[in-house]
Design a protein around this ligand. Structure first.
Ligand code: MN
Length: 251
């Protein structure tokens, strides 16, 4: 088994290093990661500039692009041997509910969705998390389970781990994504030359975070595992849409 690792926090991130050390004992690994923090890069691909890949001192390959660039390059020609699956993370901070739309960690996993085994995005909850060994062990456990319980292609697992010692984990819960309220207001301030600048504000508070959601599982001390599909089509609205779209003779 050959596993590709990537992340969005950059090739020097502690979470990526912990994940690499844990999976190395269970599979051949290749690490291709951004050369700097590209959190919230979502699924962006760099099309208007070339990309450069360098062998880093820590044995990883760093790329001057987004997480999606890294995985895209890796599985379309950068690596001599195609990987069987992608693990992305361990992200420094949770990716819960609406966060998955912005997350570079989830994007890196989703770029690996065409591979033989489902891709896994793994995040350690908390604003300044420290228990990366816990999340790394969770990654190993899920890898072993996935080998025997394969999920369909076009599926990824979004995993969030509470920031606690391994012995303090309550267990695992299969969850759905919760939802947040609208984001906090943008922060308006000035640069040193008096020009107006804006900082994107923090994400909104939890709104739909009851039992069954990823928010609830993590806050209760469980590893949250959400299967994500990448087909965004809202099938139950198709018929209604067909009914009101202009007919050919109305164009
Ligand atoms: Mn990140």
């Amino acid at each position: 088994m050959h596993i590709l690792l990537s992340n969005d926090d950059g090739y020097l991130a502690e979470g990526l290093n912990a994940l690499a050390n844990a999976l190395r004992g269970h599979a051949e690994i290749s690490v291709v990661a951004p050369d700097r923090n590209r959190s919230a890069a979502s699924n962006s691909l760099t099309l208007e500039m070339p990309l450069r890949a360098y062998a880093a001192d820590n044995g990883f390959i760093k790329v001057d692009g987004t997480p999606t660039d890294c995985v895209h390059l890796a599985i379309t020609g950068l690596l001599k041997k195609e990987p069987d699956m992608v693990f992305a993370g361990i992200n420094h901070g949770a990716n819960l509910g609406d966060d998955v739309l912005y997350s570079g960690t989830v994007a890196a996993a989703s770029e690996g969705r065409f591979l033989g085994l489902p891709a896994v995005a793994i995040s350690l909850a908390g604003s300044n998390p420290s228990h990366f060994e816990t999340a790394a062990q969770v990654a190993v456990t899920l890898l072993q389970q996935l080998i025997n319980h394969p999920l369909p292609q076009d599926t990824i697992l979004n995993v969030n781990v509470p920031d606690v010692d391994l012995k303090d984990l309550k267990g695992y819960q299969a969850t759905r994504l919760g939802q947040r309220h609208k984001s906090e207001p943008v922060i308006k301030t000035a640069d040193p030359r008096g020009r107006i600048i804006y900082w994107v504000g923090p994400p909104g508070a939890e709104q739909d975070a009851g039992p069954g959601t990823d928010f609830y599982a993590v806050s209760a001390g469980f590893v949250s595992v959400t299967p994500l599909q990448l087909d965004l089509t809202r099938y139950d609205r198709l018929n209604d849409l067909k009914a009101w779209l202009p007919k050919e003779h109305d164009v």
